[in-house]
Design a protein around this ligand. Sequence first.
Ligand SMILES: C[S@@+](CC[C@H](N)C(=O)[O-])C[C@H]1O[C@@H](n2cnc3c(N)ncnc32)[C@H](O)[C@@H]1O
Length: 197
Amino acid sequence: MQGEPEVAVLRLGHRPGRDDRMTTHVGLTARALGADRVVLPDEASGPADTIRDITGRFGGPFEVEVRGDWRPLLRDWAGVVVHLTMYGLPVQEVEADVRADHREGPVLVVLGAEKVPFEVYDRADHNVGVTNQPHSEVAGLAVFLDRLFEGRELDREWADAARQVVPQETGKKVVSLDDESSGEEGQDPDGAASADG
Ligand SMILES: C[S@@+](CC[C@H](N)C(=O)[O-])C[C@H]1O[C@@H](n2cnc3c(N)ncnc32)[C@H](O)[C@@H]1O
């Protein structure tokens, strides 16, 4: 988030077709919950485009990077590396240490798709379990980011948005911020955010 050391999310592995939705949601969750950047594998160019599109419409800053080899990024990361894994130490036991690390510098959060190579466990400064039960990288990321930011991410502000959702007790309201005539749009933003579906 702005004014804090960078938080980047590295998604390891992507099976085109099968993982498209999950990889897209890793990126959207990273963006929505306070990370500054997501790094996706080469094969995930489709999800990368979707995340960029949502950022263009609903604001940033948020960077989407696609790269072929994650090893140099992991090896050379000038900060702390957190690997989310069901085999790691319970998040509630390590979150204070991770927050202290984040006050000092950037955090790279690593998520798997399939089996994660052992070198990742070895390189990580913290192997962190969000429970020690198998579940989803999207759920693990969401809980971890909320613990990292202690809820501050829920109040973050968005720059350069073309559209803004106006919270409603009932129904859907979206305002267009695109032009000077900035006014209310239709009541259904779902077409604008296909990732919502
Ligand atoms: C569907 S899991 C597959 C894991 C794979 N079977 C393995 O052995 O590494 C995909 C990713 O979700 C995340 N994940 C799943 N359960 C988790 C948990 N309890 N805590 C933290 N992350 C978790 C991890 O990043 C994992 O690599």
